[in-house]
Design a protein around this ligand. Structure first.
Ligand SMILES: Cc1cc2nc3c(=O)[nH]c(=O)nc-3n(C[C@H](O)[C@H](O)[C@H](O)COP(=O)(O)OP(=O)(O)OC[C@H]3O[C@@H](n4cnc5c(N)ncnc54)[C@H](O)[C@@H]3O)c2cc1C
Length: 506
């Protein structure tokens, strides 16, 4: 009988522990033996608090109970993101996790909404979204399971302490037999014939051999970049932010079930409410503001007492051209990073872990598996990239250089095509795989100020009066039901109360 495939994960941040817990959950010990090396001295990037609804599928896949996870990570619920000042100073819209309205007369709701608008019946599209209506009133409840119900038309994700999430996953993985090695990897052994990685050598003198190496070493990409030289494709020309300052504040009274993103003079500021504190940060472009000015701006904008000094982080938006190279697979920040505007990084880790499980190799790694993995990961990155650029490009701000620059920059052809289709008649591409779905595109396209000049001709199959009546009915239903929902704070206290949460590490 063959011995199990020896998998070595380098890195114990969110990416390392998500990979570890999934492998030990899905694969049997006779198929794969997993070890994880992490260094407390190096530490993790220490940010990453907002997630997407797909995180729920990941937790279910690895057998994690939601209420327990939320308790242990000081989590709150997230119905979407509020974008302040992104279209123009004073503008405000939400990107919800859920639909706007329901189809009327066989076409998507927004075609009827456009038709009504062109006929002089303008209305705020956000009023037809259950998630937005709940978010605006700081309400939360779980979506109904009956798909006919108005309150089944949304989804949710979490805000959590990512450090506590990684620690929680570590407990689960170690409980299932994973071996964790604490120490710093000093250098990497390669097979002189094939160029494959054979072992990682630690400063302690220990050597860890393996067949498959997962690089979760963060931005440094110790295996995929420093050792195997997989090139990094830099997307700063489209996504100019390259630095962040992160600072926690005391829990604020404004306990929102959504992330807030406020556009500033050189980037944007995040605000993420957790149970025990609020996470804040300024993501900015060093080409448009100095670090000192950014720090002053961030500290002046906080709505609570700071609990620490701002922590600086540098990054580049882009990705590896081949996340799977030889017998090494980069997952997490080692594979690439798209700035955190839409909280997509943990999602990208999740899809890489799922692709790894589906394409899990034998000892002799078939290069076709690597090609397929890279194709899928690239596709995900490209789609997220276009969606992020959309926020920057479609702006009408004239108060700061970065916004003029982004409005005038050349954009990828794929995004230009999407904008043209939407402007012409409200068409939004529907992907089989990858982010984002049409309701997400719709909210940001309209929120950033692009109104279609036409709509799907099938919309005219019902009379305008009937369409308007259905729209009104939906809006009233949403409003009535949301009024009866409990507050976000009540649901969090009720659902996550009981056990003492883990204490955050300094
Ligand atoms: C400003 C900012 C905001 C973000 N916000 C979000 C968000 O809201 N939502 C979201 O989904 N994502 C967000 N992210 C991304 C998120 O932080 C990461 O995806 C996530 O933390 C995963 O990081 P990682 O595990 O890849 O790397 P890291 O956390 O950096 O972990 C690297 C690990 O590798 C180990 N290591 C490295 N070198 C060695 C060595 N030589 N020997 C031993 N061990 C080693 C380290 O000890 C550490 O354990 C954000 C990122 C930034 C920069």
């Amino acid at each position: 009988m063959q011995r199990p495939l020896r998998v070595v994960i380098l890195g114990g941040g969110t990416a390392g522990w998500m990979t570890a817990v999934a492998l030990v959950r899905v694969l049997k010990p006779h198929q794969c033996a997993v070890q994880l090396i992490e260094s407390d001295d190096i530490g993790t990037v220490g940010v990453g608090e907002a997630t997407l609804p797909q995180m729920r599928d990941f937790n279910a896949m690895v057998g994690i109970l939601e209420s327990e996870m939320m308790r242990r990570t000081n989590a709150t619920f997230k119905l979407g993101i509020e974008f302040r000042d992104w279209g123009f100073l004073g503008s405000d819209y939400h990107h919800p996790f859920g639909a706007h309205g329901k189809p009327i007369g066989g076409v998507a709701f927004h075609h009827q909404w456009t038709r009504a608008r062109l006929a002089g019946h303008d209305s705020d599209i956000g009023e037809y979204s259950y998630a937005i209506a709940a978010a605006r009133r700081n309400r939360f409840d779980f979506p109904a399971e009956d798909h006919q119900a108005v309150n089944s038309t949304y989804n949710f994700a979490y805000h959590f302490d990512a450090g506590l999430y990684a620690r929680y996953l570590r407990e689960v993985a170690e409980g299932r037999g994973l071996r964790r090695i604490e120490g710093k990897v000093r250098d990497v052994g390669l097979n002189p014939q094939t160029g494959d990685i054979t072992e990682l050598r630690l400063e302690s003198g220990e050597t860890v051999e393996g067949d498959l190496f997962i690089d979760c070493s963060g931005f440094r990409g110790m295996l995929i970049g420093q050792t195997l030289n997989s090139p990094f494709e830099d997307w700063t020309r489209w996504l100019p932010c390259d630095r962040a300052l992160a600072v926690p504040t005391e829990r604020s009274k404004d306990f929102t079930p959504y992330t807030r993103s406020t556009a500033l003079e050189a980037g944007w500021q995040w605000r993420i409410p957790l149970q025990h504190r609020t996470g804040n940060g300024y993501v900015y472009s060093s080409a448009f503001i100095s670090d000192d000015e950014a720090a002053t701006r961030l500290m002046g904008n906080l709505d609570g007492m700071p609990l620490a000094d701002p922590k600086p982080i540098r990054f580049r938006s882009g990705r590896r051209t081949a996340s799977w190279t030889r017998n090494c697979i980069a997952i997490g920040l080692a594979s690439g990073f798209l700035e955190p505007l839409e909280s997509t990084s943990i999602y990208l880790t999740q899809v890489a872990v799922q692709a790894l499980i589906q394409l899990f190799p034998d000892r002799a790694i078939d290069p076709a598996l690597a090609r397929e993995f890279n194709r899928r990961v690239d596709n995900e990155y490209d789609r997220v990239r276009d969606f992020l650029i959309l926020h920057y490009h479609l702006n009408r701000r004239d108060d700061a250089e970065i916004w003029r620059h982004c409005r005038e920059m050349e954009i990828p052809d794929s995004l230009a095509e999407t904008l043209a289709l939407f402007a012409h008649r409200g068409h939004i591409p529907q992907y089989k795989d990858g982010l984002f779905s049409p309701p997400s595109w719709l909210s940001v396209l309209v929120g950033q100020g692009l109104s279609p000049s036409g709509y799907h001709p099938l919309a005219d199959a019902v009379s305008l009066e009937d369409a308007l009546e259905e729209m009104r009915w939906w809006r009233d239903q949403v409003s009535d039901r949301v009024e009866r929902m409990p507050s976000h704070a009540e649901v969090v206290a009720d659902y996550c109360g009981g056990a003492e949460p883990l204490r955050a590490q300094a």
